[in-house]
Write a protein that binds this ligand. Structure first.
Ligand code: PLP
Length: 397
Protein backbone atom coordinates (compact mmCIF):
# COMPACT_ATOMS: atom_id res chain seq x y z
CA UNK A 1 0.00 0.00 0.00
CA UNK A 2 2.98 2.32 0.41
CA UNK A 3 4.49 3.67 -2.81
CA UNK A 4 7.87 4.29 -1.25
CA UNK A 5 9.96 1.49 0.17
CA UNK A 6 11.18 3.02 3.41
CA UNK A 7 13.57 1.34 5.78
CA UNK A 8 11.40 0.82 8.82
CA UNK A 9 12.84 1.88 12.16
CA UNK A 10 10.95 -0.80 14.14
CA UNK A 11 9.52 -4.17 13.06
CA UNK A 12 5.75 -4.43 12.57
CA UNK A 13 5.86 -7.83 14.27
CA UNK A 14 8.52 -10.32 15.21
CA UNK A 15 8.80 -13.84 16.57
CA UNK A 16 10.59 -14.25 19.92
CA UNK A 17 13.17 -17.00 19.35
CA UNK A 18 16.04 -17.84 21.75
CA UNK A 19 18.98 -20.25 21.68
CA UNK A 20 16.83 -22.86 23.41
CA UNK A 21 14.49 -22.97 20.39
CA UNK A 22 17.42 -22.97 17.93
CA UNK A 23 19.11 -25.86 19.68
CA UNK A 24 15.91 -27.92 19.97
CA UNK A 25 15.24 -27.58 16.23
CA UNK A 26 18.86 -28.49 15.39
CA UNK A 27 18.62 -31.63 17.52
CA UNK A 28 15.52 -32.80 15.66
CA UNK A 29 17.30 -32.15 12.36
CA UNK A 30 19.94 -34.63 13.46
CA UNK A 31 17.38 -37.43 13.83
CA UNK A 32 15.59 -39.39 11.07
CA UNK A 33 12.15 -38.41 12.45
CA UNK A 34 11.13 -35.19 10.73
CA UNK A 35 7.41 -36.01 10.73
CA UNK A 36 5.16 -38.06 13.01
CA UNK A 37 7.87 -38.46 15.64
CA UNK A 38 7.67 -37.84 19.38
CA UNK A 39 7.58 -34.05 19.32
CA UNK A 40 4.15 -33.37 17.90
CA UNK A 41 2.67 -35.48 20.68
CA UNK A 42 4.70 -33.66 23.32
CA UNK A 43 3.52 -30.32 21.92
CA UNK A 44 -0.09 -31.56 21.89
CA UNK A 45 0.23 -32.61 25.52
CA UNK A 46 1.73 -29.24 26.50
CA UNK A 47 -1.26 -27.38 25.01
CA UNK A 48 -3.85 -29.85 26.35
CA UNK A 49 -2.39 -29.54 29.86
CA UNK A 50 -2.13 -25.76 29.70
CA UNK A 51 -5.71 -25.08 28.60
CA UNK A 52 -7.16 -28.14 30.37
CA UNK A 53 -8.74 -30.27 27.64
CA UNK A 54 -8.75 -34.00 26.86
CA UNK A 55 -7.56 -33.68 23.26
CA UNK A 56 -5.14 -31.40 21.43
CA UNK A 57 -4.52 -32.11 17.74
CA UNK A 58 -1.53 -30.48 16.04
CA UNK A 59 -2.13 -29.39 12.44
CA UNK A 60 -0.34 -27.56 9.64
CA UNK A 61 -2.03 -24.18 10.22
CA UNK A 62 -4.85 -22.46 12.06
CA UNK A 63 -6.82 -22.49 8.83
CA UNK A 64 -6.52 -26.26 8.37
CA UNK A 65 -7.56 -26.67 12.02
CA UNK A 66 -10.71 -24.65 11.44
CA UNK A 67 -11.45 -26.68 8.32
CA UNK A 68 -11.20 -29.96 10.27
CA UNK A 69 -13.61 -28.57 12.88
CA UNK A 70 -16.11 -27.77 10.14
CA UNK A 71 -15.78 -31.33 8.82
CA UNK A 72 -16.03 -32.87 12.30
CA UNK A 73 -19.16 -30.83 13.02
CA UNK A 74 -20.82 -32.59 10.07
CA UNK A 75 -21.42 -29.37 8.19
CA UNK A 76 -22.71 -30.13 4.70
CA UNK A 77 -22.96 -28.06 1.53
CA UNK A 78 -25.73 -25.48 1.95
CA UNK A 79 -25.71 -25.56 5.76
CA UNK A 80 -25.53 -22.24 7.58
CA UNK A 81 -22.88 -21.13 10.07
CA UNK A 82 -23.34 -17.93 12.07
CA UNK A 83 -20.06 -16.05 12.21
CA UNK A 84 -18.49 -12.60 12.20
CA UNK A 85 -17.32 -10.45 9.28
CA UNK A 86 -14.79 -8.70 11.56
CA UNK A 87 -12.05 -11.32 11.43
CA UNK A 88 -9.15 -12.63 9.42
CA UNK A 89 -10.45 -14.21 6.19
CA UNK A 90 -9.53 -17.76 7.30
CA UNK A 91 -12.44 -18.08 9.75
CA UNK A 92 -14.91 -17.67 6.89
CA UNK A 93 -12.88 -19.58 4.29
CA UNK A 94 -12.99 -22.70 6.48
CA UNK A 95 -16.79 -22.62 6.10
CA UNK A 96 -16.60 -22.05 2.35
CA UNK A 97 -14.30 -25.06 1.81
CA UNK A 98 -17.31 -27.28 2.58
CA UNK A 99 -19.66 -25.17 0.44
CA UNK A 100 -21.53 -24.11 3.56
CA UNK A 101 -22.91 -20.58 3.94
CA UNK A 102 -21.40 -18.05 6.37
CA UNK A 103 -24.23 -15.90 7.75
CA UNK A 104 -22.68 -12.82 9.25
CA UNK A 105 -23.60 -11.12 12.50
CA UNK A 106 -22.10 -7.69 13.10
CA UNK A 107 -19.41 -6.98 15.70
CA UNK A 108 -19.98 -5.00 18.88
CA UNK A 109 -18.02 -1.77 19.01
CA UNK A 110 -15.95 -2.14 22.19
CA UNK A 111 -14.09 -5.41 21.60
CA UNK A 112 -14.84 -6.04 17.91
CA UNK A 113 -16.20 -9.48 18.87
CA UNK A 114 -19.48 -10.90 17.55
CA UNK A 115 -22.42 -8.96 19.02
CA UNK A 116 -24.27 -11.31 21.41
CA UNK A 117 -27.64 -9.54 21.10
CA UNK A 118 -27.56 -9.58 17.33
CA UNK A 119 -26.39 -13.20 17.36
CA UNK A 120 -29.42 -14.23 19.41
CA UNK A 121 -31.72 -12.26 17.10
CA UNK A 122 -30.17 -13.80 13.98
CA UNK A 123 -30.51 -17.36 15.31
CA UNK A 124 -34.11 -16.77 16.45
CA UNK A 125 -34.96 -15.21 13.11
CA UNK A 126 -33.45 -18.09 11.13
CA UNK A 127 -35.15 -20.73 13.24
CA UNK A 128 -38.57 -19.05 13.19
CA UNK A 129 -38.67 -18.55 9.41
CA UNK A 130 -38.13 -14.79 9.59
CA UNK A 131 -36.40 -12.47 7.14
CA UNK A 132 -32.97 -14.07 7.61
CA UNK A 133 -34.45 -17.49 6.91
CA UNK A 134 -35.91 -16.17 3.67
CA UNK A 135 -32.55 -14.86 2.60
CA UNK A 136 -30.35 -17.76 3.67
CA UNK A 137 -32.30 -20.98 4.01
CA UNK A 138 -33.29 -22.98 0.91
CA UNK A 139 -36.90 -22.50 -0.18
CA UNK A 140 -39.31 -25.45 -0.11
CA UNK A 141 -38.70 -27.68 -3.13
CA UNK A 142 -35.36 -26.03 -3.93
CA UNK A 143 -32.47 -28.23 -4.99
CA UNK A 144 -30.21 -26.82 -2.33
CA UNK A 145 -30.54 -28.27 1.17
CA UNK A 146 -29.25 -26.88 4.39
CA UNK A 147 -29.88 -26.08 8.03
CA UNK A 148 -28.38 -23.82 10.63
CA UNK A 149 -25.67 -26.06 12.13
CA UNK A 150 -23.02 -24.07 13.97
CA UNK A 151 -21.70 -20.82 15.39
CA UNK A 152 -18.11 -19.78 14.72
CA UNK A 153 -17.15 -16.85 16.98
CA UNK A 154 -13.66 -15.34 16.88
CA UNK A 155 -11.65 -14.15 19.90
CA UNK A 156 -10.62 -10.92 18.20
CA UNK A 157 -7.14 -9.47 18.92
CA UNK A 158 -6.68 -11.83 21.89
CA UNK A 159 -9.88 -10.99 23.76
CA UNK A 160 -12.49 -13.76 24.13
CA UNK A 161 -15.92 -13.31 22.58
CA UNK A 162 -19.03 -13.20 24.83
CA UNK A 163 -19.07 -16.98 24.98
CA UNK A 164 -21.81 -17.44 27.61
CA UNK A 165 -24.31 -15.86 25.23
CA UNK A 166 -22.96 -17.97 22.37
CA UNK A 167 -23.32 -21.14 24.47
CA UNK A 168 -26.87 -20.27 25.46
CA UNK A 169 -28.12 -19.77 21.91
CA UNK A 170 -26.16 -22.84 20.75
CA UNK A 171 -27.87 -24.95 23.41
CA UNK A 172 -31.31 -23.64 22.50
CA UNK A 173 -30.94 -24.75 18.87
CA UNK A 174 -28.47 -27.66 19.25
CA UNK A 175 -25.70 -25.89 17.35
CA UNK A 176 -22.01 -26.79 17.41
CA UNK A 177 -19.72 -24.01 18.63
CA UNK A 178 -16.31 -23.72 16.97
CA UNK A 179 -14.20 -21.11 18.77
CA UNK A 180 -11.60 -19.43 16.56
CA UNK A 181 -8.97 -18.68 19.21
CA UNK A 182 -6.21 -18.27 16.66
CA UNK A 183 -5.47 -14.85 18.19
CA UNK A 184 -6.10 -15.74 21.82
CA UNK A 185 -3.90 -18.53 23.18
CA UNK A 186 -3.78 -18.12 26.96
CA UNK A 187 -6.61 -15.59 27.17
CA UNK A 188 -9.10 -15.92 30.02
CA UNK A 189 -12.89 -15.51 29.87
CA UNK A 190 -14.50 -15.38 33.34
CA UNK A 191 -11.54 -17.42 34.56
CA UNK A 192 -11.79 -20.05 31.81
CA UNK A 193 -9.30 -20.62 28.98
CA UNK A 194 -10.01 -19.26 25.50
CA UNK A 195 -10.33 -22.11 23.02
CA UNK A 196 -12.18 -24.30 25.52
CA UNK A 197 -15.41 -22.31 25.57
CA UNK A 198 -17.13 -24.08 22.67
CA UNK A 199 -17.23 -27.68 21.45
CA UNK A 200 -13.92 -27.24 19.62
CA UNK A 201 -11.33 -24.46 19.58
CA UNK A 202 -8.39 -23.64 17.35
CA UNK A 203 -5.06 -21.88 18.01
CA UNK A 204 -2.60 -20.70 15.35
CA UNK A 205 1.18 -20.31 15.36
CA UNK A 206 2.07 -18.13 12.38
CA UNK A 207 5.19 -16.04 13.18
CA UNK A 208 3.22 -12.99 14.38
CA UNK A 209 1.14 -14.99 16.92
CA UNK A 210 1.82 -15.20 20.67
CA UNK A 211 3.87 -18.37 20.13
CA UNK A 212 5.09 -19.61 16.77
CA UNK A 213 5.89 -22.89 15.01
CA UNK A 214 6.64 -21.00 11.74
CA UNK A 215 3.43 -22.46 10.23
CA UNK A 216 1.11 -24.46 12.43
CA UNK A 217 -2.07 -24.76 14.42
CA UNK A 218 -3.72 -26.75 17.21
CA UNK A 219 -7.29 -27.96 17.70
CA UNK A 220 -8.54 -28.51 21.25
CA UNK A 221 -11.67 -30.39 22.32
CA UNK A 222 -13.14 -32.63 25.01
CA UNK A 223 -15.22 -34.50 22.41
CA UNK A 224 -13.73 -38.00 21.94
CA UNK A 225 -15.56 -38.72 18.68
CA UNK A 226 -14.68 -35.41 17.06
CA UNK A 227 -11.04 -35.77 18.15
CA UNK A 228 -10.77 -39.24 16.62
CA UNK A 229 -12.31 -38.00 13.37
CA UNK A 230 -10.01 -34.96 13.17
CA UNK A 231 -6.89 -37.06 13.86
CA UNK A 232 -7.91 -39.29 10.96
CA UNK A 233 -8.71 -36.40 8.62
CA UNK A 234 -5.41 -34.60 9.23
CA UNK A 235 -3.57 -37.84 8.32
CA UNK A 236 -5.02 -38.62 4.86
CA UNK A 237 -8.22 -40.07 6.33
CA UNK A 238 -6.50 -42.96 8.12
CA UNK A 239 -8.75 -44.16 10.98
CA UNK A 240 -7.20 -45.93 13.99
CA UNK A 241 -6.24 -49.40 12.78
CA UNK A 242 -5.94 -48.38 9.11
CA UNK A 243 -2.63 -49.28 7.48
CA UNK A 244 -0.52 -46.66 5.66
CA UNK A 245 -2.40 -47.23 2.40
CA UNK A 246 -5.83 -47.72 3.91
CA UNK A 247 -8.00 -44.61 4.10
CA UNK A 248 -11.40 -44.77 5.80
CA UNK A 249 -12.28 -41.17 4.90
CA UNK A 250 -11.53 -38.48 2.37
CA UNK A 251 -8.73 -36.82 4.34
CA UNK A 252 -5.95 -34.29 3.96
CA UNK A 253 -2.30 -33.90 4.71
CA UNK A 254 -2.73 -31.37 7.51
CA UNK A 255 0.01 -32.84 9.73
CA UNK A 256 2.48 -30.72 11.70
CA UNK A 257 6.16 -31.60 11.09
CA UNK A 258 8.59 -32.33 13.92
CA UNK A 259 10.68 -29.17 13.49
CA UNK A 260 7.57 -27.04 13.98
CA UNK A 261 6.40 -29.20 16.86
CA UNK A 262 9.62 -29.00 18.87
CA UNK A 263 9.73 -25.26 18.27
CA UNK A 264 6.16 -25.04 19.53
CA UNK A 265 6.91 -27.12 22.61
CA UNK A 266 9.75 -24.81 23.65
CA UNK A 267 7.69 -21.70 22.89
CA UNK A 268 4.84 -23.18 24.94
CA UNK A 269 7.14 -23.54 27.96
CA UNK A 270 7.72 -19.78 27.63
CA UNK A 271 4.06 -18.81 27.04
CA UNK A 272 3.52 -17.03 30.36
CA UNK A 273 6.76 -15.09 29.90
CA UNK A 274 5.80 -14.15 26.32
CA UNK A 275 2.30 -13.04 27.33
CA UNK A 276 3.72 -10.95 30.18
CA UNK A 277 6.13 -9.24 27.78
CA UNK A 278 3.31 -8.50 25.34
CA UNK A 279 1.18 -7.10 28.17
CA UNK A 280 4.09 -4.84 29.15
CA UNK A 281 4.41 -3.53 25.57
CA UNK A 282 0.65 -2.86 25.48
CA UNK A 283 0.92 -1.02 28.81
CA UNK A 284 3.72 1.19 27.40
CA UNK A 285 1.48 2.09 24.48
CA UNK A 286 -1.52 2.72 26.74
CA UNK A 287 0.49 5.13 28.92
CA UNK A 288 1.60 7.18 25.93
CA UNK A 289 -1.51 7.09 23.76
CA UNK A 290 -4.26 7.17 26.40
CA UNK A 291 -4.54 10.97 26.41
CA UNK A 292 -3.89 11.67 22.72
CA UNK A 293 -6.74 13.40 20.90
CA UNK A 294 -8.39 11.62 17.97
CA UNK A 295 -7.06 8.21 19.04
CA UNK A 296 -8.92 5.45 20.88
CA UNK A 297 -6.80 2.80 22.58
CA UNK A 298 -7.94 -0.84 22.93
CA UNK A 299 -10.34 -1.61 25.77
CA UNK A 300 -10.19 -4.78 27.83
CA UNK A 301 -13.66 -5.69 29.13
CA UNK A 302 -14.49 -7.14 32.56
CA UNK A 303 -15.24 -10.66 31.23
CA UNK A 304 -11.66 -10.83 29.92
CA UNK A 305 -9.95 -12.13 33.04
CA UNK A 306 -6.69 -12.45 31.13
CA UNK A 307 -5.88 -10.54 27.98
CA UNK A 308 -3.63 -12.38 25.54
CA UNK A 309 -2.31 -9.42 23.55
CA UNK A 310 -2.03 -10.43 19.90
CA UNK A 311 -1.92 -7.02 18.21
CA UNK A 312 -2.17 -3.44 19.40
CA UNK A 313 -4.90 -1.80 17.32
CA UNK A 314 -5.86 1.84 17.81
CA UNK A 315 -8.86 3.54 16.21
CA UNK A 316 -8.46 6.99 14.77
CA UNK A 317 -11.40 9.38 14.68
CA UNK A 318 -13.47 9.49 11.47
CA UNK A 319 -12.12 12.91 10.39
CA UNK A 320 -8.65 11.39 9.95
CA UNK A 321 -7.84 9.86 6.55
CA UNK A 322 -6.72 6.51 7.95
CA UNK A 323 -4.96 5.17 4.86
CA UNK A 324 -3.17 8.47 4.30
CA UNK A 325 -2.14 8.44 7.94
CA UNK A 326 -0.66 4.94 7.60
CA UNK A 327 1.22 6.15 4.54
CA UNK A 328 2.68 9.08 6.46
CA UNK A 329 3.68 6.77 9.31
CA UNK A 330 5.50 4.58 6.78
CA UNK A 331 7.30 7.60 5.34
CA UNK A 332 8.47 8.40 8.87
CA UNK A 333 9.81 4.84 9.22
CA UNK A 334 6.93 3.34 11.23
CA UNK A 335 5.16 0.33 9.71
CA UNK A 336 1.41 0.00 10.42
CA UNK A 337 -1.55 -1.82 8.87
CA UNK A 338 -5.31 -1.43 8.53
CA UNK A 339 -6.84 -4.22 10.63
CA UNK A 340 -9.20 -6.03 9.78
CA UNK A 341 -10.63 -5.56 6.28
CA UNK A 342 -14.33 -6.54 6.58
CA UNK A 343 -14.82 -10.05 5.19
CA UNK A 344 -18.23 -9.39 3.63
CA UNK A 345 -16.65 -6.71 1.43
CA UNK A 346 -14.03 -8.98 -0.14
CA UNK A 347 -14.92 -9.19 -3.82
CA UNK A 348 -15.61 -12.91 -3.94
CA UNK A 349 -17.84 -12.69 -0.88
CA UNK A 350 -19.92 -9.95 -2.53
CA UNK A 351 -20.14 -12.01 -5.71
CA UNK A 352 -21.00 -15.30 -3.98
CA UNK A 353 -23.53 -14.03 -1.46
CA UNK A 354 -24.62 -10.57 -2.56
CA UNK A 355 -23.20 -8.86 0.50
CA UNK A 356 -23.27 -5.05 0.20
CA UNK A 357 -21.44 -2.17 1.86
CA UNK A 358 -23.51 -0.83 4.74
CA UNK A 359 -24.84 -4.21 5.88
CA UNK A 360 -22.51 -4.50 8.88
CA UNK A 361 -21.94 -0.92 10.02
CA UNK A 362 -19.89 -1.62 13.15
CA UNK A 363 -17.54 -3.98 11.30
CA UNK A 364 -17.15 -1.42 8.52
CA UNK A 365 -16.52 1.40 10.98
CA UNK A 366 -13.86 -0.62 12.83
CA UNK A 367 -12.41 -1.67 9.47
CA UNK A 368 -12.20 1.97 8.38
CA UNK A 369 -10.62 3.36 11.56
CA UNK A 370 -8.34 0.59 12.88
CA UNK A 371 -4.55 0.78 12.72
CA UNK A 372 -2.35 -2.07 13.95
CA UNK A 373 0.84 -0.53 15.36
CA UNK A 374 4.19 -2.33 15.61
CA UNK A 375 3.71 -5.02 18.24
CA UNK A 376 5.58 -8.06 19.54
CA UNK A 377 7.19 -9.35 22.72
CA UNK A 378 10.63 -8.18 21.57
CA UNK A 379 9.64 -4.51 21.23
CA UNK A 380 11.55 -2.28 23.68
CA UNK A 381 10.20 0.72 25.57
CA UNK A 382 12.42 2.98 23.44
CA UNK A 383 10.88 1.59 20.26
CA UNK A 384 7.37 2.12 21.65
CA UNK A 385 8.41 5.65 22.60
CA UNK A 386 9.60 6.29 19.03
CA UNK A 387 6.34 5.00 17.49
CA UNK A 388 4.28 7.16 19.85
CA UNK A 389 6.38 10.26 19.22
CA UNK A 390 5.99 9.96 15.46
CA UNK A 391 2.29 9.27 15.86
CA UNK A 392 1.79 12.24 18.16
CA UNK A 393 3.71 14.57 15.82
CA UNK A 394 1.64 13.50 12.81
CA UNK A 395 -1.61 13.98 14.72
CA UNK A 396 -0.75 17.51 15.84
CA UNK A 397 0.66 18.56 12.44
C1 PLP B 1 -4.08 -16.27 12.33
C2 PLP B 1 -5.55 -16.52 12.27
C3 PLP B 1 -6.08 -17.72 11.73
C4 PLP B 1 -5.25 -18.86 11.18
O1 PLP B 1 -4.16 -18.50 10.48
P1 PLP B 1 -3.08 -19.48 9.83
O2 PLP B 1 -2.21 -18.51 9.12
O3 PLP B 1 -3.78 -20.40 8.92
O4 PLP B 1 -2.38 -20.22 10.92
C5 PLP B 1 -7.46 -17.90 11.77
N1 PLP B 1 -8.28 -16.96 12.28
C6 PLP B 1 -7.81 -15.81 12.79
C7 PLP B 1 -8.79 -14.84 13.37
C8 PLP B 1 -6.44 -15.53 12.77
O5 PLP B 1 -5.99 -14.38 13.26
Amino acid sequence: MTRTNPIFRVPLSSPDITDVERQAVMEVLNTPNLSMGPHYQAFEKAIADYVGVKHAIAVSSGTSGLHLCIRAAGIQPGDLVLTTPFSFMASTNAILYEKAVPVFVDAEAVTGNIDPQQLIQAADDLMSGGKAAERWLPKKGAERHGDLKAILPVDVFGQPAEMDAVAEIAKKYHLTVIEDSCEALGAGYKGKQAGTLGDMGVFAFYPNKQITTAEGGMIVTDDDGAAEMMRALRNQGRAPGDTWLQHSYLGYNYRMDELSAVLGAVQMSRLDELLAKRAQVAAWYNQRLGDLPMVEIPEVVATTTRMSWFVYVIRVSPQIDRDGFIHRLAEAGIPARPYFAPIHLQLYMMEMFGYQPGEYPVTEDLGNRGIALPFSSVLTEDQVELVCEVLGDLLTD
